[in-house]
Design a protein around this ligand. Structure first.
Ligand code: ZN
Length: 136
């Protein structure tokens, strides 16, 4: 497997992950505004360079903390509020250097319930629901 390095624009938040097999474009009210493409991993498979210096934002069912770089504002990753939960964490695959749509599949998730996406894929759109995505 290929390891890829990710970084926010200013470089304050840096991490390394395996190259994802797929990334998720979600059209919920938050992801639509952040513009992230999410790649999912067990928390112990995301290697941060030091403690990430981020703001966190929690909303809705208050299950997830959405992290943005405290300096440059990039949406970097999300973690679980309940640390005993095995739900995978997400990193924003747009921050990964060397990621390619030729190798990584795009999956769209219709959590916004309006089927509006600005990305294109041949894969079927996933319906809105709360089941955790499989890791990687
Ligand atoms: Zn930054």
């Amino acid at each position: 497997m290929t390891k890829l390095q990710g970084s926010c624009h200013c470089g304050a938040v840096r991490f390394e992950v395996e190259e994802p097999e797929w990334v998720m474009d979600c059209n919920c009210s938050r992801c639509r505004l952040y513009g992230g493409l999410w790649a999912y991993y067990p928390e112990n498979e995301v290697e941060f360079a030091g403690a990430p210096d981020t703001f966190t934002y929690v909303w809705g069912d208050r299950m997830l903390e959405f992290h943005t770089c405290r300096t440059c504002g990039c949406a970097t990753h999300s973690t679980n509020v309940d640390k005993s939960d095995n739900y995978p964490m997400a990193v924003n695959a747009r921050l990964l250097r060397g990621i390619s749509p030729k190798r990584t599949r795009l999956v769209q998730k219709n959590n916004g319930n309006d089927m509006v996406f600005w990305t294109h894929t041949e894969s079927p759109v996933l319906p809105s629901h709360d089941e955790p995505p499989p890791a990687k």
